[in-house]
Write a protein that binds this ligand. Structure first.
Ligand code: TYM
Length: 372
């Protein structure tokens, strides 16, 4: 297998999620925990049922707190380096479901500072503007404005800085190097930055002047931040943040690597036109045979198929239907063209509705923002 790299800034290669759980020291999201969630929610979100979320830290503890009557807050975010793609939407869609089911406050950080410091090609004006474009995608998902707090690090710096420096004081350079792989050539802004991404883990406690449990839904690439934050939390008298991790939606070019905003043909963007979405899906990598003859003879491989994964994890909730597709593909009876049309139709419907909601979000953006 080709070597895989997973850091907050780089996800490349074929990813072995069991190995990642071991490497990062997180826990498997067990059926027992899913049952416990279901007791409170009445049903499981398809992302849980299909195990797109597969790993966690302290989820049992968050549920215990909830069962004892202590409400938890949600925290997630976006590094605004461009348009939002479908992969980014996964943790946010899940947060919306959690907000509805557990009545949570939801905090959303936009790291315009991070992307400015990380990306030599982007100015601060650009990352700042992208942040508010990306915020529209969050709002379009239907979050409750009374319980949702979205902030750009630049515009909320005064508050965040107070928390960040408490964290920074308790993290050594050698820890930061070991966790993030910083080198001597890394700029010092990026070395400080983990304390800025950590800060919102304590923001609900800071604002409410009491300890508030926090759950972070995000892909596993962000976990190194939570490792550091969890070490620091007791020193500052806060609860350790809990986390629930999703897998990466693969890029359209195949199973190696994730959908990536920096490679535009690997990704479906929230602002792509329906024609563009259809074009990208029709050109995408599949698990089918090279020719129809070969496909009929040998069958396809749904497990390496991007189209199948999008259907399985997001767009085909019907268990019967997905099984039919999987079995049919393996037997060479269901063809790539059929799956692509099915996915394209569903995706175009989703994107069209999302874009309508995104337009409406422009009128209400201010209701969601925290600024100093
Ligand atoms: P960013 O902008 O790289 O990613 C935003 C969120 O999307 C997840 N993600 C994906 N999920 C599924 N499939 C993919 N292909 C995919 N690509 C990205 C990321 O894990 C993330 O949850 N530094 C962060 C911004 C941030 C943040 C946070 C993220 C600040 N605070 C708290 C999560 C939680 C970043 O650059 O994310």
């Amino acid at each position: 297998m080709e070597k895989s790299i997973v850091t907050p800034w780089e996800v490349e290669g074929e990813i072995d999620y069991n190995k990642l759980i071991k490497k990062f020291g997180t826990d498997v999201l067990t059926d027992e925990l899913l049952d416990r969630i279901k007791r409170h929610t009445g049903e499981l979100h398809p992302f849980l049922r299909r195990k797109l979320f597969f790993s966690h830290r302290d989820l049992g503890w968050i549920l215990k707190k909830y069962e004892e009557g202590e409400k938890f807050a949600l925290y997630t975010g976006r590094g605004p380096s461009g348009d939002t793609h479908l992969g980014h939407l996964i943790p946010w869609i899940f947060c919306k479901w959690l907000q509805d089911k557990f009545n949570c406050d939801f905090y959303f950080q936009m790291t315009d500072d991070e992307k400015f410091m990380m990306r030599p090609d982007l100015t601060l004006e650009q990352t700042h503007a992208f942040a508010y474009e990306n915020a529209l995608d969050v709002i379009a998902l239907g979050f409750d404005p009374k319980k949702t707090f979205i902030f750009s690090n630049i515009d909320y710096a005064k508050t965040l800085y107070k928390i960040s420096i408490q964290i920074a004081k308790n993290v050594t350079t050698s820890t930061a190097k070991a966790v993030f792989g910083f080198k001597n050539s890394t700029n010092i802004g990026i070395v400080f930055f983990p304390s800025v991404q950590a800060a919102p883990c304590f923001l609900p406690s800071f604002l409410n002047e009491k300890n508030v449990p926090v759950l972070i839904p995000a892909a596993i690439d962000q976990d190194p931040y939570w490792r550091i934050t969890r070490d620091v939390a007791p020193k500052l008298g806060y609860y350790k943040p809990a986390a629930i991790h999703n897998m990466f939606l693969p890029g359209l070019e195949g199973p190696s690597g994730k959908m990536s905003a920096s490679k535009s043909d690997t990704a479906i963007f929230s602002v792509d036109s329906p024609e563009e979405v259809d074009r990208k899906i029709k050109r995408a990598f599949t698990g089918g045979g090279q020719t129809i003859k070969e496909h009929k003879e040998k069958g396809g491989n749904p497990l390496t198929c991007t189209i199948y994964q999008y259907l399985y994890f997001i767009f085909e909730e019907d268990d019967e239907k997905i099984k039919e597709i999987q079995d049919g593909c393996k037997k060479g009876e269901v063809f790539c063209g059929e799956c692509k049309t099915l996915l394209s139709d569903k995706l175009v419907k989703f994107i069209t509705r999302h874009q309508e909601n995104r337009e409406r979000a422009k009128d209400v953006l201010d209701k969601f923002l925290l600024k100093d």
